[in-house]
Design a protein around this ligand. Sequence first.
Ligand SMILES: C[S@@+](CC[C@H](N)C(=O)[O-])C[C@H]1O[C@@H](n2cnc3c(N)ncnc32)[C@H](O)[C@@H]1O
Length: 269
Amino acid sequence: MNYFRSIRTQLSAKAKRMFRTPISHELPVAGADRHLAGDLTAEELRRLEQLAGQFPSMGGKEIGPFLRKLAREAPSDMAIVEVGSWLGAGTAQLAIGVRERGADQSVTIHTYDRWIATGGEIEKALRKSGLVLSKNQDTLPWVMEKLRPFGARIKFVKRDIAAIDWSGGAISVYVDDASKTPAKFHHVLRTFGPSWIPGITVLVLMDYYYWEKTGSEGHKCQKYFIEAHRKHFTHIDDFRRGSNAAFLYREKLDFEGVNFSSLLHPSEI
Ligand SMILES: C[S@@+](CC[C@H](N)C(=O)[O-])C[C@H]1O[C@@H](n2cnc3c(N)ncnc32)[C@H](O)[C@@H]1O
């Protein structure tokens, strides 16, 4: 099923133009110098798949086919946003999907993270792929270098979630693997939500079921939000070996007015 095709025609040309506001460049665009148009050969696709398979992953690689499909089928001229790239495993999958669009390379991936190696992440990188990181290492140069061969247009924003802003226009795909507590999730909702397009934007919430592992009430914030706004979101898919769930943003929501209490247990309101 193409989640986008049926609704693509409904978006008026005027609305598309309205959303094409440029975003400021935070860091150099990976791959800007090569491959920005034209079809992938089968051989090149195999090479990128092989490279993508080598990234240490906390879930992005495992849901790779889904991310690729979303990026491949996303409407032209809209942004893909990823919050919580870590070492770029999911970004690589999105980048392959963008390259699979062939000549239509109008889609930019905007990826956000603080890209500072913490204790748990150092241990995971080593365990998952033998990558040695040092404490507090700035991992962004490594990530950019590894994503460069993918040749997709990627903007990297190295910033704490609390300070993220957005002026990049309409968002077709929103992937979040970092905003798992109420304050962070509230901030990203108010930041990115107004650029989600009803009937088009797909949300991939990679920590949706995280609370099942941690037992933490705070980690249920995404679930409480979705449940409090049921008519605005349609559940599309689950990837229960990870903690992921995907939703289609269906009906316009006033994100400015989203109450923090809607992210908390109903008894705490
Ligand atoms: C679970 S990992 C992402 C894994 C990645 N999506 C993958 O599939 O491999 C979460 C990421 O969120 C980032 N993160 C967590 N809290 C953050 C914050 N407050 N500001 C910026 N980045 C944050 C961490 O640096 C980490 O890289």
